[in-house]
Design a binder for this molecule. Sequence first.
Ligand code: PEP
Ligand code: MG
Length: 330
Amino acid sequence: ERARLGRLRHTPAVTMDGEPIELHANIEMPADAEAAIAAGATGVGLFRSEFLFMNRDGELPSEEEQFEAYKAAVQAMKGMPVTIRTVDVGADKPLDRLTVNELRHEHVLNPAMGLRAIRWSLAEPSMFRQQLRAIYRASAFGKVKLLIPMVAHLAEVRQILETVRKVQQQLTDAGHAYTRVELGVMIEIPAAAVMLPLLLRHVDFVSIGTNDLIQYTLAIDRADEAVAHLYDPWHPAVLHLIARSIAEARAAGKGVSVCGEMAGDPVFSELLLAMGLRSFSMHPSQIPAVKQRILRADAQRLAQALPAILASDDPQTTAGQELGAGRTAG
Ligand code: PEP
Ligand code: MG
């Protein structure tokens, strides 16, 4: 088994009908890049930078500390893309009490809908610029992509672009090297999925965060045990938003990936391929299992099954029946 997984690591992820698939890793710390490489990841699709900001006892990471962390991840990935997401604190990923007290922002009533992620960054502009400077400086050492969490408003995108321009000027003035960094937004609030064509005019790529997209589409708190049985990735509304987002991004010629749990769950591999997804990002430990699914998949045949699945009252059962034709036994 171990030898077989070892061989799998060096096998390119290509479907039976010849579609190359990106299998990227989700990481929380630069040291996780090692596990990503060991698992055969061809890039980092999600570096959850908030982990540098959590458990800090009141002091947030400086620009230098962040720069060193991003640079370490970028260098470890040896030229493969590293997608760094700006801080996504709040809700299920709180800053510690002391750190919060250092800032102006008090504990809120409903954190999942409160001042979290990009909202927090835009409310703390000097911290946001500091993080962007660190990310841009790391771009001099490899291929960096910038990903923004929880975007819901075009005004946020405008503010982000303006801040990026300001930061580039600051770096140029200070003599710091940087290269072009692609800008992407996460699709994890239904509003962003619904107005995706408008967002796509302003960004280079999108990454679908199914964990939060499910939470907000179904109004099910992802951390609340009492409603966990209603947290349903197979819900037709969820599947429609994901399928449409992938199709619209592809039609616009923009990159699209999924970096939520669905991307790393082999149960959904064929369905996501059927939707046209060609870039998956997941916990490194999930890469071999998803790769095995991809190696046996016929993307073109899978795509033919999609309309019936999306039209079904019971997509899970229909997917079980319809996707078999695009999969060879193994
Ligand atoms: C998501 O919401 O799907 C996602 C990838 O982000 P996180 O799980 O860090 O909120
Ligand atoms: Mg999220």
